[in-house]
Design a protein around this ligand. Sequence first.
Ligand SMILES: [Zn+2]
Length: 110
Amino acid sequence: MSEKLIELKPCPFCGAHLVPAEALSTRKSTLYLHPEIEGEWCPASGARVWSAQAETVEGWNRRAASELERLTRERDEALKGAREWKSNYLTAVNALSIRRTKANAGKDRA
Ligand SMILES: [Zn+2]
């Protein structure tokens, strides 16, 4: 590896860092591969980035950033939805228990 070190952002899907494949690299360009983890599947599996191909490096980093932002936004929306659902659920359970308490109180009087 004689060229300058490049900075590759982590995988937007699984967070893995691409690893340099020394054996497949040349003196002028390092091949970075998405690591394969047995039993785990990632949509970016098989991704290859040559350090000497600036557009590939930029493309990977741009995608990594935009995918990460999108996934973060989707996660935040899902969490917000889950919180709202829980709040609505608890309100409904609470209303139901108040109704039951009132119904039981009515029975005691009868
Ligand atoms: Zn990945």
